[in-house]
Design a protein around this ligand. Sequence first.
Ligand code: 5AD
Ligand code: SF4
Length: 483
Amino acid sequence: MTDTTAATRPDETGINTRKVFIKTYGCQMNVYDSQRMGDALARDGYEPTEVIEDADLVLLNTCHIRERAAEKIYSELGRIKLLKAEKAERGVEMRVAVAGCVAQAEGQEIIDRAPVVDLVIGPQTYHRLPEALARVARGDKVVETDYAVEDKFRHLPKVTAPQIRTRGVTAFLTVQEGCDKFCTFCVVPYTRGSEVSRPLAQIMGEARALAAAGVREVTLLGQNVNAWSGQDEAGRDIGLGGLLRALAEIPGFARLRYTTSHPRDMDDDLIAAHRDLPALMPYLHLPVQSGSDRILKAMNRRHTGADYLRLLDRIRQARPDIALSGDFIVGFPGETDADFEDTMKLVSEVRYASAFSFKYSARPGTPGATMDDHVDEAVKSERLQRLQALLREHQVDFAESLVGRDIDVLVEKPGRYPHQRVGRSPFLQPVVLDAAAGEIGDIVTVRIESTLPNSLLATGGAVPAAEARHRNAVPAEPIRKIA
Ligand code: 5AD
Ligand code: SF4
């Protein structure tokens, strides 16, 4: 690879002040990508800023998963246009870049619709960002949306210890990108391309750097993370279970998580990893989307509701205290009242600890968009409301089931008041705790006193290990009895 750093030094590009404002939309992978783009720009002399007015470069890292997500970008670009004009009047130049899945899906169209944009760059080409910005500085409008043949991760600069430290004790690590599942509602296979797994050695290198910089919890990311495949040092094929086993060996890592998974890729070894690895947190985001077999078929999910419930039974046998989370779509084309009731039934059986639910939004280029029988918006809204009320009820029940129990909390950051800290439970709930309970980065056992709307409260300080009861345990009764 040619070193493009020299070509983008301030004196050669004409950009003398170098501050970048990055705004991230959508999923955790975008958060990770924004950090990596920020790292690449830092090597090029850009400092991050939280104040858009101070920025020489505004970078929007976008999401295309639902319609409103893309529309938000265009209204943001409208505001940026005014800001850019204002700055131009003062003789200050501001560049605007759009990255992420809207960039990949719409390409040149973004510049046509919003000429304020100088650069459109898709997720597979982030390693070319400095080079693309150098072309922008020479006055070009640039669109970079090829699916790169080279491995972007190999070309992005390695994340440094000071960069890691400013991000705290938890970190994301992308291990897999893209999706070959082609659910008929979803743009991801088109915006992120086909499934690619990062090689084990590359992942382990980044993971060791994270651990050495004090990271205690790592969340492995992938659009279809449990489809990860690779080879161990002896050349044997391994899956995500094997990768988690390797990561659990790294000293310093106390907690491992992964997201997002497809039910069809939950293999035996991954389920066994939930049984075997104390560091693998008892929380699993496993979207089902619908409880109706007819709709699941139309969505091309390639499993039934019963398959999914059987899978959950196996996972709960391996890890009885596991908390489940899911994604749901209401109002997929052709969804009848009876189909929707099947979703409500499945939700009642599973009793999710947390969940995300959405109205179906037709995405151009996906098979769903051209299907018949689109559901009325008012019907979608009504179904969503009912579903969310039920999901919320279960989430509250789950949180309340923890009151009086002692759970391990990773202390993550200062709280709103000096005497408070905020951490996370094993089940990903925020926990407000007493500052005296432990330092940031510590894992402390605390007794949950009460629930707040979206978090747990534990101000009684740390419970000494010898006194801790029901550590981490969710109710002795399984949440759903195994048939
Ligand atoms: N409409 C509504 N929701 C969608 N999702 C993905 N595509 C669509 C769409 N076209 C939801 C799915 C997925 C989550 C990330 O977003 O539930 O799991
Ligand atoms: Fe989209 Fe997930 Fe289906 Fe892939 S598995 S097409 S990312 S919903």
